[in-house]
Design a protein around this ligand. Structure first.
Ligand SMILES: O=C(O)CCC(=O)C(=O)O
Length: 309
């Protein structure tokens, strides 16, 4: 299949752009009905949260008539809270389906090759109005994957190609805090940086003056595919609504035949870290057996049971 018809970018352009810039934006790649189950998941969680807070007398209204973009923001405003992470166990059939969307796998096949797995859990994000903690400082995703301890620098995945797929659930604009990237920065290698007390990674060098940052405003339906070494950030949301998005990651399955020993070791590091976190990496592209939802669900439940001892 060629992507040209739907997205106005050819397979060759996808390949060349990703190689040159360390990221590629593909518009109109995900149908709205494929995003709706994720939005429904969020709506359910926000509703549960509103009911809980209302029952405890912490908020004066359930804010049921507020829009998708506004409801959680209004609740958080009244609670005077602005959390870094977003509540909710982001796991279920709707996420399995998203990781396996044929159009997304098609692009991944072009830039990443065969035999890849999803890391098993997404980052479902809201950037609340004025939230500093979710205005993520410049970083490379490898830094988050590799460095689990505050202040400690670890290097595991510098030589492993991983791909982040960043997908807006509402229109992402400069005003509400879309992603920014530095084209070509994936050629800089894994840069020094460490997690700070707030859990966000801080880099040691001033990357803004080393490259030319560009914003990536994106409408729902589009996706930003980024290398794990692409330097990126997202800035302050200056609107009064939530910027909802989801991002999920892929890495080579550790038994892929073209991996050199240090890449295999890095793939095993990622696989084991994911498993310790209670998720089974999901093989999405393979010439072998591809797990069904039921098989993946069973594997995840077993891991969860084992971790409870
Ligand atoms: O969604 C955002 O605001 C930032 C996302 C990001 O930095 C990432 O996916 O690594």
């Amino acid at each position: 299949m060629s992507m040209t018809d739907q997205t106005n970018i050819t397979d060759q352009e996808i390949k060349d752009t990703f190689k040159r810039d360390g990221y590629v934006v593909v518009k109109d790649i995900i149908a709205d009905h494929d995003l709706e189950p994720i939005r429904d998941h969020i709506k359910t969680k926000v509703d549960e949260y509103a009911c809980e807070q209302y029952a405890e007398g912490n908020i004066s209204s359930l804010y049921e008539t507020e829009s998708f973009v506004r409801r959680y923001a209004v609740i958080c405003e009244e609670l005077s809270t602005s959390p870094r992470g977003w509540m909710g166990n982001t796991y279920g059939r709707e996420f399995y389906d998203l990781y396996n969307l044929p159009s997304v796998l098609h692009v991944l096949g072009i830039i990443h090759g065969p035999e890849i797995s999803n890391i098993g859990g997404p980052a479902l994000r809201t950037k609340l109005p004025g939230s500093i903690i979710t205005s993520f400082p410049w970083h490379q995703d490898s830094q988050y994957i590799d460095q689990s301890t505050i202040g400690k620098k670890e290097r595991h995945t510098e030589d492993l190609q991983m791909v982040t797929v960043w997908v807006p659930l509402v229109e992402a604009t400069v005003e509400n805090g879309c992603c920014w990237v530095i084209p070509g920065s994936h050629h800089w290698g894994l840069l020094d940086g460490a997690r700070d007390q707030d859990n966000n990674v801080r880099m040691e060098k001033d990357v803004e003056t080393r490259g030319n940052p560009v914003p990536i405003p994106l409408k729902p339906g589009g996706a930003l595919f980024m290398s794990n070494l692409c330097v990126h950030t997202s800035k302050l949301n200056t609107t009064n609504g939530c910027r909802w998005s989801i991002d999920f990651r892929y890495f080579p399955t550790s038994d892929r035949s073209d991996l050199i020993p240090k890449q295999k070791q890095a793939a095993e590091f990622v696989r084991d870290k994911v498993r310790r976190g209670g998720r089974e990496p999901l093989v999405v592209l393979t010439s072998g057996h591809k797990p069904t939802w039921e098989e993946w669900d069973t594997a995840n439940r077993k891991l969860q049971l084992a971790s409870r001892g």
